[in-house]
Design a protein around this ligand. Sequence first.
Ligand code: PDD
Length: 279
Amino acid sequence: MPNIAFINGKWTSLSSAKISIEDRGFQFGDGVYEVIRTYGKACFELKEHLTRLERSANAIEIALPYQAEILEKIIQFGCRKSRFKDTMIYIQLTRGTAPRGHAYPKKKRSTLVMTFRESKPVSEEIRKKGVSIISTEDIRWARCYVKSLNLLPNVLAREAAKRAEAFEAIFIREGHVMEGAGSNLFAVFGDKIVTPSLGPYILSGITREIILRLGRENGLTMVEGSLPLDDLYVADELFLTGTTIEVLPVICLNQKPVGSTKPGDVTLSLFNIFQDYVS
Ligand code: PDD
């Protein structure tokens, strides 16, 4: 089962895929990305991911080299070619290759790279037990709705989580929760399920949007609002959402127990609703 890559129109094995060291993605993080997964042969919410990719690219004035419909076909072809049961697709679009200089180069030729690898789910053991998270100061820029390649604060936050033997780090700004280094956070208070409202410091997660919609369709009270860090300690349940983790229960925050320290009923029910939607 090959890991494969697509670079500006050419298919290659992942191990032999190469781009120039003068690519602006490499030198400046001057680009945007998406992570998409398949369930079997079907790409999950492909249109939504490509719409977000286009929105991110527009925000930093990079043109997509293909129309979304063509890109969809290329991605579907890649999934068939890689022949994994479930595929993880990484798309990276940069401002292309040019001699180093901060301002945009005159010649506009973006680099589009896509990789196709096996998608590995969160283990049953972790999912059943729930995960620990830590909080960390949000030191990111004010356009976190752009899925930019500049992930240094997220890298540092995730490493801090790893060193604390936690699964995820949650960014806190002026005492309020924003999102995880690579996920969105929800908190359950009685019959209310709260997630931070969209804004400059939050990525509109595709999974976040689906959970909000499915929750509402199933009669749950889904609230987008402000979420103080202090409130998390008295929440009944916490859970993370994201493409790779789906709906993941949190049982510990900064080494303090969350709720009953077991995955909660609301989280499990939303996980099951999500699984029904997927299938
Ligand atoms: N991360 N917030 C941030 C900062 C993210 O990086 C992600 C996704 C999410 C969740 O978005 P979605 O539900 O669309 O996956 C929220 C991807 C998976 C990553 O960087 O690997």
